[in-house]
Ligand binder design. Sequence first.
Ligand code: IMP
Ligand code: MG
Length: 182
Amino acid sequence: MTDTPYVVDQMISAKSIAARIEALAREIRAEFKDTDQLVVVGLLRGSFVFIADLVRELGEMSVEVDFLEASSYGMGMESSREVRILKDLRSGIEGRDVLVVEDIVDTGHTLHHVTGLLKSRLPHKLKTIALLDKPTRREVDFKADWTGFEIPDEFVVGYGIDYAQRNRNLPFIGKVRFIQEG
Ligand code: IMP
Ligand code: MG
């Protein structure tokens, strides 16, 4: 299945993403204006481009960057409903302000599980931001505090997001379209 040829049709341009992140960063700076040092937690691997651009828009804010990896799709397009932590945070977050950064909220299982886990560590404040949201795919009730773009039920790649580990390096978000050969 992952060998089926496909093309990527652009859905959200690099320019639109940059503009949206600027606006989101303004809201985040306001939300955390009294925070001593914000812990920005990127979910590996899909959020690595988004978190890099987002933290650079936070300006003079003092941030610590950490990463957490939860089990994911593997090589296909099917979501795994069982979420496991593959790599945990380096920092303790008790009493601290934390922003979890995710690429896509799809069924909702990943962020539902991850925020549950992090809340059990008693942070002072825990907020979430997702670049993309596919609300029609939801299986558990979850809404990120900030969302970049709502998108329809399409499989997307680029800007950090992969299909079978490919296309993470595209500067835009595009949808995967399978093509017939011959
Ligand atoms: P959820 O647990 O179903 O909400 O899925 C979240 C994870 O599934 C995201 O962090 C993505 O890594 C992955 N995912 C969801 N939709 C897509 C997609 O369209 N392309 C690539 N990965 C996706
Ligand atoms: Mg992911």
